[in-house]
Design a protein around this ligand. Structure first.
Ligand SMILES: Cc1cc2nc3c(=O)[nH]c(=O)nc-3n(C[C@H](O)[C@H](O)[C@H](O)COP(=O)(O)OP(=O)(O)OC[C@H]3O[C@@H](n4cnc5c(N)ncnc54)[C@H](O)[C@@H]3O)c2cc1C
Length: 325
């Protein structure tokens, strides 16, 4: 409906909205709604639609079309922009994920409106929306507003309070038929990365990060073991990624993923400004480094000056003991 707050759905590519959508839908409700979801996918499931309703969407605009997989900006943006222009939502919010951050930037350009990227707070000031977003690699927070509607924003995961799921609350579903443009790019090869079995970096409540101090790719197994015990994702610094020890999708920082977990555990990470840019909004920061002057200790809530190869197995043992109680 005109004047609604739209929440763009990020899903698991199998028809289920990701947990981060509870945060986006929860925030849209706090801003006063009306809360609606817009889902572009090649495959939606009934359970997925129910989930969006339980998280507070009153309506789901469903654009389901085989031509939308895999994600490509040039196939998603035209039908999406057309729908926005036709239905006139006052705001379009999306979680920061690799594809939606690109989609939203392209959508903003197509509609000729502003985008507040990577916001960490949103508030209504009278009839204006005000977004807070980190700038200068997280050193400053800036407040921005929009010259005209729709207000487009991406929301940093794990920052906004999730909506409580209300079982039985259902959303109406409006199926949208649209012409999907032919892609200009052709996929020549598609490789699916094997799952580590650990949570995804940007969604995890606990993130373990290994830096150059890990000394080599073979040593990440001790971090993965700890991750398995406490249900944490395992990420890395750029130094580790550049050395080829971890794929780029695990990189935390300015040129990698931005994370905001409840707990960040850094091992052998010095705390360069570009790394901090991706994790400084973590709720609790723990650093283990053998150099007492390492900059990461300046922002850490807890620090251990020690050799990580001694600390990690001890911590894992202790976590196991505590969790088995
Ligand atoms: C444009 C630009 C973008 C960048 N983007 C990113 C980014 O997105 N993410 C990112 O991480 N970096 C980024 N960087 C790189 C950044 O500047 C640092 O070089 C990088 O973060 C360093 O990684 P590190 O902390 O693992 O390595 P180092 O700085 O080499 O630190 C390794 C640390 O491990 C400690 N250590 C060594 N052995 C042990 C041990 N046995 N036990 C305990 N501690 C030990 C050392 O004391 C040291 O503090 C970027 C740089 C530029 C210029």
């Amino acid at each position: 409906m005109a004047g609604a707050i739209w929440c763009v759905v990020e899903d698991d590519r199998k028809g289920t909205p990701k947990k981060v959508m509870s945060e986006v839908l929860g925030e849209a409700a706090r801003l006063g709604g009306p809360v609606e979801a817009v889902w572009l996918t090649d495959k939606a499931t009934d359970d997925g639609l129910k989930q969006l309703g339980a998280w507070g969407a009153t309506k789901v605009w469903l654009l389901e079309n085989a031509g939308l997989a895999p994600y490509r900006g040039e196939t998603w943006v035209p039908p999406f922009a057309e729908l926005v222009a036709k239905e006139s939502p006052k705001a379009v919010l999306a979680p920061v994920t690799s594809r939606l951050r690109e989609l939203m930037a392209r959508l903003a350009a197509k509609l000729g409106v502003g985008l507040a990227a990577d916001t960490v707070a949103l508030a209504m000031n009278g009839d204006k929306l005000v977004a807070t977003r980190p700038i200068y690699a997280g050193k400053l927070l800036s407040k921005v507003t929009w010259a005209k509607q729709p207000w487009l924003a991406t929301l940093r995961p794990n920052v906004f309070k999730p909506a409580e799921a209300q079982a039985g609350k259902a959303a109406s579903v409006e199926r949208v038929s649209a012409t999907i443009p032919s892609p200009q790019m052709k996929l020549v090869e598609r490789r699916e990365e094997a799952s580590t079995g650990l949570p995804e970096l940007t969604e995890a409540e606990i993130v373990i990060s290994g830096g150059r101090g890990m000394k080599g790719p073979e040593n990440y197994v001790i971090l993965e073991e700890m991750g398995g015990v406490i249900g944490a994702a395992v990420g890395a610094s750029r130094a580790a990624v550049d050395a080829g020890w971890r794929p780029h999708r695990f990189q935390i920082g300015q040129t990698g993923r931005t994370i905001s977990p409840k707990l960040y555990l850094g091992f052998g990470v010095s705390g360069a400004i570009q790394h901090l840019a991706g994790m400084r909004t973590s709720k609790v920061i723990v650093a283990v480094n053998k150099d007492p002057e390492a900059p990461i200790f300046k922002i850490a809530d807890y620090g251990i000056v020690a050799d990580l190869f001694e600390v990690v197995p001890e911590l894992t043992k202790e976590f196991k003991r505590l969790l088995e109680k």
